[in-house]
Write a protein that binds this ligand. Structure first.
Ligand code: ADP
Ligand code: MG
Length: 695
């Protein structure tokens, strides 16, 4: 390996940290404003991280693990992989990997880096997200990928041998896959001392991760042969943004979407130039806000001229994503309405005003009720600070918090909880098992999952026939389920469809369930939307309805007009077709032959039950408001208004997922016969539990 750092050249300043030999660099802040017209090379050199280029390369050369902390926008994601490449880490057929927790971020940064390097995306610089691989073997040397995809790659190549350096980016997010990866990479390092890890983070969460990688307790400080430091180095890339003035709501706001819209209009009216970034929670509220802003001019005569409103969330088509990053035309003001993806994963140039709803969508899991759902929940103070920071990139900015100061100080949690501690662990367990890690509770976790959640996961996997009495993967079912890159419940449903002779249909359903929504909805068009949906509605439920939409789409010749007329999302349907193709290939690889059941809906419902029996619910007798209870935990749940079974209320149903707003709502529901539960999972549902069936 070429030694890139030469004594005598700009030598990095190293401060020894008393506590455990951690290295710490500091430097002078730099500003990076006003480089819109300069060349790409100049732009790169103006980024705060550029000053540390030599230091970073030195640390990576001499340390097994390097932790880099730096403000969002300082250039960590786009620059460090390029520095590594320039220093020779991609020579000799080796690859540099950089992971992101979010798919959209993977696409956006890969495309930016390809542009900076002057190469076509998919050649030297590529990316891989689930169901989309834009890399070329032997050509791609800088590869961006989701943490989940890297984890999957370990199933084929447990030591990740093709990578010379792996950058785990956005580590502060503490996504479940990042945490699992950190644990596994620590193991891999022992077998592959030549592998370099770079862990980057926007917050000081780094200390924690550094402690996790401390190895001194177990072994010597240095790997003598390689002259390699095994203790992690920490480098802090300074380069803080400008000051951001914080404004709080005086009173709690009753409707944060409406409040966000009014605040944007107020900023547009009163404040000087500069783009606005609004943080809402997901596609649904973002679409509504975009629509409201676009309507304001017509209905309330508000001055919205000069405003360019754009949504930003995962699942947005690539062309629309790119618009978000394009420079704002002179005399215009861009308003980007985003999920927390713009909090640290993506940098938007030109933002001067931030509007923070104080919420994000978060996953929560309760092992007692065995319920995982997506909840709109308060963000942490750490997140709120990150969001505010986004206003100070180009010049001093302002942040409008749609909550009171009292709330910020006393009600918001200081830090978020790592995802692994608020997730259902079924996927996690099966992946670790597939990698040969049997003692999962004893695994070296950055943060331990709860034993209750772990036991629940083992129990479900056992009932699915994926684990045997010794908690080992069963053969072939367990290995087949692990092979399919989907939620194990969906994978099991696909396996079962093979026996039931309906794999054609089930694979379509699996493809639809793996994207957010195939419908286009919005305020004010509810009625049209409901009518459109009625055209496809199946008495059996949403899963069968999806089959009808899919059939209609194919019959229309995959027409976008057809989609428009039927309130179906054209991009989503194209994605469904793509995913379906990939699933077909995977199914064939693991020995599932594609068969259609020719309209026999019963077998389709049985296949769904075989995967999702744990989500069975029964309508409460005498319930007038459609209240169901989960069979397992007796939790109150309701059919979501978006379901075709809303108000139909069949006696027994299975849901695909839960969302929680004022109540727990079941999304994507199918009616079943309770006797199928016993057939599908005799251990899970003993007769005692299902007794109420008989009346
Ligand atoms: P970090 O990872 O430290 O948050 P990045 O490497 O993502 O920083 O971004 C560094 C700079 O590159 C940002 O300031 C931004 O201006 C620019 N940049 C990143 N992505 C894009 C893009 N898709 N389009 C235009 N500029 C971008
Ligand atoms: Mg980044």
């Amino acid at each position: 390996m070429s030694q890139f750092w030469k004594p005598g050249t700009e030598k990095p300043r190293i401060l020894d940290d008393e506590e455990g030999g951690v290295l710490f660099f500091s430097g002078t802040p730099s500003s990076s404003s006003g480089f819109r017209y300069s060349s790409i090379e100049k732009q790169r050199q103006r980024l705060p991280v550029y000053k540390y280029r030599t230091a970073i390369l030195y640390l990576v050369e001499t340390h097994a693990t390097t932790i880099i902390v730096g403000e969002t926008g300082s250039g960590k994601t786009t620059q460090i992989p390029q520095y590594l490449k320039e220093a020779g880490w991609a020579d000799g057929g080796r690859v540099i990997a950089c992971t992101q927790p979010r798919r959209l971020a993977v696409q956006a940064v890969a495309s930016r880096v390809a542009e900076e390097m002057g190469v076509k995306l998919g050649e030297e610089v590529g990316y891989t997200i689930r169901f989309e691989d834009l890399t070329k073997p032997d050509v791609t040397v800088v590869k961006f990928l989701t943490d989940g995809v890297l984890l999957r790659e370990m199933m084929d190549d447990p030591l990740l041998t093709k990578y010379s350096a792996i950058m785990i980016d956005e580590a502060h997010e503490r996504s479940i896959s990042t945490d699992i990866l950190l644990g596994l990479l620590k193991k891999i390092q022992r077998r592959r001392p030549e592998l370099r890890l770079i862990i980057s983070s926007a917050t000081i969460e780094a200390k924690l991760i550094s402690a996790f990688f401390q190895t001194r307790k177990r072994r010597g400080l240095e790997n003598e042969e390689l002259g390699l430091q095994l203790e992690p180095a920490i480098l802090s890339v300074e380069g803080r943004g400008f000051n951001v003035q914080i404004n709080y709501a005086e009173e709690p706001v009753p409707d944060y979407v409406q409040a966000a819209v009014s605040t944007v209009l107020l900023i547009h009216e009163k404040e000087s130039w500069g783009d606005i970034l609004v943080f809402l929670t997901g596609q649904d509220d973002i679409d509504i806000a975009v629509q409201l802003l676009n309507e304001e001019a017509q209905t309330n005569g508000k001055n919205t001229s000069g405003l360019i409103v754009m949504p930003l969330y995962s699942g947005l088509p690539r062309a629309e994503q790119e618009l978000v990053f394009s420079p704002t035309p002179r005399g215009k003001r861009k308003v980007v309405i985003s999920t927390n993806i713009a909090e640290t994963s993506l940098t938007l140039e030109g933002v001067v005003y931030v509007v923070d709803s104080g919420f994000s969508k978060q996953k929560f899991y309760n092992p007692t009720s065995d319920i995982e759902n997506l909840v709109v929940a308060p963000i942490s103070r750490a997140s709120a600070r990150q969001r505010a920071g986004r206003a100070g990139r180009v010049r001093p900015g302002k942040c409008y918090r749609l909550y009171t100061e009292e709330y910020f100080l006393n009600k918001m949690p200081a830090e978020g909880i790592p995802e692994i501690q608020r997730s259902n662990l079924v996927s996690c367990v099966i992946q670790l098992k597939a990698l040969g890690i049997d003692n999962i509770l004893g695994f070296d976790w950055p943060a331990s999952p709860s034993p209750e959640a772990m036991i629940r996961a083992l129990e479900v996997l056992y009932s699915l026939g994926v684990l045997d009495d010794d908690a080992k993967l069963t053969s072939p079912a367990g290995f087949q389920v692990a092979e399919i890159p989907l939620d194990p419940l969906i994978s099991k449903m696909i396996l079962a469809s093979n026996q039931f002779g309906c794999s054609e249909e089930i694979i379509t359903i699996a493809a639809v369930l793996s994207i957010q929504s195939i419908w286009i909805s919005g305020r004010g068009i509810q009625k049209d939307f409901d009518n459109a949906k009625l055209r496809f509605a199946a008495a059996e439920g949403d899963h069968v309805t999806f089959l009808n939409v899919y059939k209609g789409f194919l019959q229309s010749g995959k027409s976008s007009q057809w989609c428009h007329r039927n309130h179906v999302n054209y991009h989503a349907m194209k994605k469904v077709i793509e995913i379906r193709e990939q699933l077909k290939r995977i199914a064939q690889r693991i020995g599932i032959s594609l068969k259609s059941c020719d309209g026999d809906m019963q077998v389709i419902r049985k296949a769904v039950t075989a995967g999702f029996f744990a989500n069975a619910c029964r309508l409460e007798a005498f319930s007038h408001n459609g209240m169901y209870k989960t069979i397992r935990g007796s939790q109150e749940v309701y059919i979501h208004p978006s379901s075709v079974l809303f108000r139909v209320n069949p006696k027994w149903v299975i849901y695909h997922s839960l969302v929680s707003t004022d109540r727990q709502y079941m999304r994507n529901v199918i009616s079943i016969d309770p006797s199928w539960l016993l057939e599908a999972a005799p251990h899970f549902y003993n007769l005692q539990r299902l007794k109420p069936i008989t009346h």
